[in-house]
Design a protein around this ligand. Structure first.
Ligand code: SF4
Length: 65
């Protein structure tokens, strides 16, 4: 599973970072970006889905390979 943050949609609430700091980080402006090239480590798919569902801007997407 791979995720991507759409930087145009992200408004920098950092909600995703507080829920899953092992999947995303935030820059100096608070805008999120995916870690590990977006690759979700084994066992963290539920956590990835959690931040997808909790992003108020619908900015986190699953990348289809
Ligand atoms: S929760 Fe959504 S809008 Fe907020 S920082 Fe994360 S990606 Fe951006």
């Amino acid at each position: 599973m791979r995720i991507k943050v759409d930087r145009d949609k992200c408004e920098g609430h950092s909600r995703c970072y507080s829920l899953a700091p092992d999947l995303v980080d935030v820059d100096d402006l608070g805008n999120a970006f995916e870690l590990n090239g977006g690759e979700v480590p084994a066992g963290l798919n539920d956590r990835a889905q959690l931040i997808i569902d909790n992003c108020p801007e619908f900015a986190i997407e699953i990348v289809e390979d």
